[in-house]
Design a protein around this ligand. Structure first.
Ligand SMILES: [Zn+2]
Length: 158
């Protein structure tokens, strides 16, 4: 189902792939990390727009376009942890086939690890790290086991 051709001109349109838009200003490098760009296992073209004017409320945003790749749900959930306002558009043959907002749940399980080395979740027990989302913009997560606030979320993603 196509709902309109891409009109954005800052970054060239892509034929197939994913556009991650409305990334909080400055977070695109952390999103790249989630996409696995550091691991040299990506063989598609990625275009990044940093500090692009946002039509939403007079501000700035980052945009990433990934060619020939659609994101799995876990990747989308991780992006929500660092860019809770982001929108994901799946592009097929230059048209937006699907568009949705990332969703930051109130309760996060298994996407990030606790930054407290003494936390039970870091002791080799079969316990998934679990966080309560206390604030959303920017996200602030509290470990349900040791109460520590996870400040540097992007460094602790699993
Ligand atoms: Zn903890």
């Amino acid at each position: 189902m196509a709902d309109g051709k891409i009109v954005e001109t800052k970054i060239p349109p892509i034929r197939n792939g994913t556009v991650i838009d409305h990334i909080s200003n400055g977070q695109s490098l952390n999103v790249l990390k989630i996409l696995g760009v550091n691991e040299n296992n990506i063989d598609s073209v990625i275009s990044i727009g940093m500090h692009v004017p946002s039509s939403k409320c007079n501000s700035w945003k980052d945009v990433i376009k990934v060619e020939d790749r659609e994101l799995d749900p876990q990747t989308v959930d991780k992006i929500a942890l660092i860019a809770p306002e982001a929108t994901i558009s799946i592009i097929r043959d230059y048209y937006i086939a699907e568009k949705f907002n990332v969703r930051l749940e109130d309760h996060i399980v298994g996407l990030a690890k606790c930054s407290n080395p003494n936390c039970i979740t870091n002791k080799g027990e079969p316990i998934d790290p679990e966080f309560i989302v206390e604030e959303r913009c920017p996200p602030k997560l509290r470990c349900v086991y040791c109460d520590r606030i996870l400040t540097n979320i992007s460094d602790n993603l699993l």
